[in-house]
Each structure stands twice: as C-alpha cells, then as structure tokens.
Design a protein around this ligand. Sequence first.
Ligand code: FES
Length: 852
Amino acid sequence: MFSLKVNGRDVSVAADKKLIDFLRDDLQITSVKSGCDTGVCGTCTILLNGNKVKSCVLKLSQLKNAEIITVEGLSTREKDVYAYCFAQAGAVQCGFCIPGMVISAKSLLDKNLNPTTTEVKKAINGNICRCTGYIKIEKAILMAAQYFRENKSIPADNTEAFLNTDFQRPDAKEKVLGKGKFTDDVTVPGMVYAKALRSKYPRAVVNKIDISKALQHKDCIKILTAKDVPNNKIGHLVQDWDVMIAQGNITRYVGDVLALAAANSKEALDEILALIEVDYTVLEPVTTPQDALRADAPLIHSTGNIMSREHLKRGDVNKAIKESKYVITHKYHTPFNDHAFMEPECAIAMPEGEGGLLLYTGGQSVYDEQREISNMLNIAPEKVHCHSMLVGGGFGGKEDMSVQHLAALMAWYIKTPVKVKFSRQESLDYHTKRHAMDMEFTLACDENGKFTAMRAFIIADTGAYASLGGPVLQRACTHAGGPYNYQNIDILGMSVYTNNVVGGAYRGFGVTQSCFAIENNINLLAEKVGISAWEIRWRNAIKAGEVLPNGQIADENCAMRESLAAVKEIYEKNPYAGIACAFKNSGTGVGLKDIGRCILSVKDNKVYIRTSAACMGQGIATMCVQMVYETTGIAPSLLIHEDPDTVRTPNSGTSTASRQTVVTGEAVRRAAEKLKIELDNGKILRDLEGQDFYGEFSAKTDPMGSKKEFPVSHVSYSYGTQVIVLDEDGKLKQVEAAYDVGTPVNIPSVEGQIEGGIVMGLGFALTEDFIVEGGYPKMKMASLNLMRATMVPPITIKLVQSKGEKSPYAYGAKGVGELCLIPTSPACSHAYYRLDKKFRTSLPLRQTYYKK
Ligand code: FES
C-alpha cells in the first residue's frame, strides 16, 4: 500500500505505478499533463515536498512521506493571481504546458518574490513551451511576483473587446488552472483502450499476420486487420493512405498499421501486440527522392513515385539571366522537422444514436475528421459526430488522421467507448513532418542590384503518403521568388514518394524551405553588387501596385517596405546581424473552395458564437469575440464561443494556410452585422431569444495556371522582415522582427504568435533535426533539442501597416501564424555568414555555437 498526501488530502493505493498515472487516472487530477513520459517536457511538473519534479519519472514506490501540490491545490489567492497574470500577459496559447509552468513559477516565487528575468528563465527551463516562445510566460511570472509582493488586487474582467487591444483571451484562465479539457483528460464510463501494431520495416511484403495467440490474452477484447476496414483508404486530399496494410501487400513506412488491438487496460496493449506474429519478406527501402526517381526504382504507389509536380513560368528567364550583370546559383537542403506540439495525439470514439459514432478529438478540423471517418466506414457523414476538445498545439501536424480513425474503427466494431492515444515516441515516429527539400536556386540582377530573373528546382520528400504534399510543394514554388518585384521566373517542383516518414503540413507550408534558398542567394548577390543585404532588399521589395514574381499585383495594404525600414537601424549597427524577408498567403487560395461560416445564436440573453474553426492555441475564441464586439458592442461577458462540433457549428474549413482570422473572421463579422441591424432597430437580446444570425464568406481566387495576366492567387498576403543578431561567440543576442499583418486583432496574441514562431524558427535553424536513417526515424523527445527558455534572446516586435486601404476582409486583419517563422532560418544563416564568412546551405546550421 502506498500512501501520500495530494493537495492536502490523504490518499493511498495498493499497486505501484507511475506518479503521473496515479494523479491522472486514479485521482482525476488533469492539470498534470502527459506530454512525453520521459522527463523531458515538464508538462507533468508538480511540487513534491516543496520541490518541483516531473511526475512521469517517479514511481509511487520511490516516494516517502510525500506531500504533493498540483495547480488544483494552490490557494485561492494563488489561483487568482496566476490565472490573471498569465491571461493578462498573453502567456497562454494552446495551454498544454501552462499548469506545469505555473508549478515551476510557484516553486520560484515561494522562495524569491523579486526574481530577475534570468532567474525566471532558469526556473522554467525544465518546461518546454512550443507555442509562446517563453517571453510572455516570463512576463506573466514577473507580473505574478509583483502581485504577490505588493498584495495587489485582481482587476475585474474586461468589459470591452475592441480590435487592436490587449483583451484577455476567454480560454486563458481555464487553461492556467488545468480545468480546460484536452481529449486525454476525458474519461467515459466503460471506456477501453486501443493501440496499433506498426510495421517493423519501412518496406516489406506482409506475408501473414497471425493474431490467434494475441486473442488468447486475458485482457484482449478485439483485434482488427485490414479485411475489417470497410474502405481501407484515407487521405486528406489524395486517398492513398492505407488504414491498415493487408496480408500480401507491401508496407510503405514504419508507421504502417498491420493490426489494431483493443484491451480493457492500456497496460495490456503492448503485451497483446507482442503476441501478434507477422511474417515479412523484407525489401530494400527507397530512402531518397533521387533514388525514387530512378527508372529502375520500385513503385511505392501504383500511380508512380512522383506524387505531384508544379511548373511556374513567367517571362523569359534564359534571356533575362543572359543579360544580367550578376548571377548566383546554389544548392540547398532543408531536413524533416517535427512539430513537437506538446499534446500527443488522442481521440475517444463511442457509439451514439442509431448506428452512429461520437468522436472526441483534437485535430485541425472536425469536418475533415467527419469526412475521413465516414468515408472509411462507408456511412453517411451525419452519422459521425465530431466534437473538438482543447487542442494542445498543432502547427499543421494535426491535419491528417493519426488516432481518430483508429478509435472510430474500433468503437464501430465493439460498440464501446475507445481511447487511442499516441505515446510521445509514437507521435514522433508516425505523424507527418515538415518536408525535407533539396533545392537549386539561381537568382540574377543588374548592376544596381535590381533582380531580373530566378530559376528554381525543388524536390520535396513526401515520404510514404501524399498528405498535404501537393499544396506544400505548390506554396514552396509560388513563394519561391520572395516578396520582391521582378517578373522572370521558371520554377519546377516535384514532390516524390519514398519509404520515409510522411511529409505533411507544417507552419510555413513549404515557404519556410524555399525562403531559405532565395534569401541566401540574395545575400551573395548583394556582395557582388557591393551593397548591403538590407539595401538590395530595399531596392527590390514589393510595393503596392507592383507585381509579385507569381504574377499577383500587390494590394494597397502591402507594407513590405515599411517592415524593412523598421529594422534598418538594428541591422546596420550590428556587424553580426543577419536579415531576411518573407511573405505568406492568408487563405487557401488558388481557386480552391475557401469558405468561412458562422452562426450567432441568441439564447438566455447571451450570444453563442458557433464556428468550427479549430483553435490549436492561436486564439480563435478571442478573435471571434473581438469581431462580434467590434461590430455590435455586445459585452464580452455575453459572448460565448462554442467548441467546434459537427452538430452545432457550421463548417469553416481547416485551420490551415493562416486562413481563419481572415476567412472565418470575415464570416463572423458578417453574421454580427446582421445581428447589429436588429440591435440598431431598438431590439435587445431578450427580444431576439432563439434567433440565429448566419454569416458566410467565400474567398474567391484564381486557380493555378490561370490565363489571366495578373491572377489573384490569394485574397491577402502578410509581409515581414527579421533581423537576427549574434554576439562574437555566435550566440543569439537579439531578434528584431517587423511584420505587416494588417489590423492586429489582439496585440498580445499577435505578439505571442510572432514570438513563438520566431523561437520555433530558431529551433529549425539552429538546434533541431529529425534524422531518418534507412527509413527509420531516429529521434527521441530529448534529442529533438527544442529551444528552452534560457536559449531565447530578447525579441522586439514591430507591427507595421501600409498607409493604403486596408484589406476589405475581417476589418483588415491578415494571417500571422505562419509568416512569423519563415524568414528566421535564412536570417540566422546570414548572421553566421557575417560572423565567420562560411556560407551554409543546409539546416540545421552547423559549426555554430549551437551545433557542431
Ligand atoms: Fe505552451 Fe502551447 S502554450 S505549449
């Protein structure tokens, strides 16, 4: 028997187990989050006899006279102060890391109520946050220290929520206090667990799968194989992904599922899976796109190894290059990269109604999940009811099916609630990654440094399945010319199947990779011309009314040059400063369906905001509440944002392509305009009880290959410039970023997105890697080398806007979520080039302070 005190209560349990499992499963303490289970991420941080520890690395048998405090056990005053300060500072995005951060903060402030920023950074260095970049969390902790020190009282909640203010995000406090529910925090009576058996080899013939011994295990409920799947193909855009590999077929990567087992306890799952006998004939895997393109390469899919192809051509590149004064050609490589969202994937499915299913999920679109699962089961979409819980980060990595369809499939068979949760290692090994790309870029200019032409060849490794590989390649190509004004381009791109991990959507969506190539080339051209890297960008930066390399005329609201002007001083006064520019579309664009929808429902004197836009931390609820308030003036306390739910909320598309603020934001604004007409007519909410107000916005654009001279590929673009400053040792000293994101909806949220994006970009540039050898992923949570608080330099953010007319949508707001990290890696490589004159062409950068 193990006895301990948890949050002041004496508790005991007979069986030894991990402390985190005891807290979460036995005591239902959900502020303690399971992020890695290996003591790396800190989301399960608790106080043990006054000292902060990670509860995933301790077993009950290791504890003596243990007194444990979690966020639930804080005093009322502590809860009030931390909840207010974290919300006010804008420190909460997805929120998955936050209760652990609060415990680390308490551990510091219990001993030192006047800490320095350095001391705060040290205190939270064991806690990884993938969203915020730490800066606002540090600010929140310093603010909390002041509140405790000065015994300040907590201000009342916001009564106004105008755009361009620091309105507190509505979901912050529940996340700080661990009350907000992520999918893994949900338990359903009678719930059982399921887990997949994956292929041992990236490429092998599966001769036989024998489940007979596994079925004998006392806890085994059911085992499914490919023959049990009504429609065995899924896929976000291209249905090429086998739910399970059938006997006689060939695997495509080590994430391929061979069997799915359900058990009464999660502990039994690995034992059951170990009893499944698989007979393989191992085949040589195809591990590079170059090998996959060889004439004698085995076909990974019957359609061929080229998954998608893009060719963008404008002007006469050969002639322009021939007539140019300077020409630079270089090859570049960017690697796979993991999203490393703090919440591993989890889904719970259960029977609902007559032949239907209810799914609790945490993906990037409940309607995508509904479509994929109903296709797989060959049932009507309405039979699959998807409800989103809180989402602990996504960054593109939760667009595809990972666990949702497996939970649904098993629940469909056994008519019992089923939870499928990835361990961190499963998440690393099996979910999609940023595409590795090999690129050859040529850029030419005249004697004054005016760009004349560019040519590019891009090969993307999309791994075993298409996922979002087509559009990712397309954005890499459409943005490859950069935010500059020149007209001769010839860009050829190919996305190629291999037996590697699957390449998918990832914040930046291909532009991160091509920006690294073009921006590095620009620096070399500047040297040839004899002007600074800032000056060459200034001479070429796109202005309103000019034509981008992709043929679209820049809108009146384009403030590319303003962003460059804003960072001129810091660039020029620091010898080891690197600079890079970028632009990023808001909205899916290129003629595709891109619709935002919103219903405002008046009930009980409140307005319920119903849209299915998924919030993975970026602040959808905040944006929606502010849009409605700005339009109607209805008090924020009366505006309730609902979770995405395929029964309650209309389809607003996927949270992708930096689209939700513009597309769903405009739909919300339009719904609010209709409500406002009633209010302007003298009605009050009570008069409108039971009424719905519907808003829809369809972003219209021209398709790829449009014959128009100046096609509108996207409804808006955001622009920005970043400067990375190193010290003499090559250590990050400072970052300054100036961004045009149109009207900022919420200042702390915009800054938080940018800070978090920059820190993620610094990781991509300097510390992170995702090594895949022979088709086998080789990474652990610890070896990802994610940025921690003490590694982050001061970051200054400048928001700039053009003096021209704003974008007509969503009060002129534009997307910020992806732009923020795109220029970071080329700005870093430029800074190192200025420091040591070594021209680095691959990521992560080597021979730096951060990597050998
Ligand atoms: Fe820290 Fe999302 S807010 S991981």
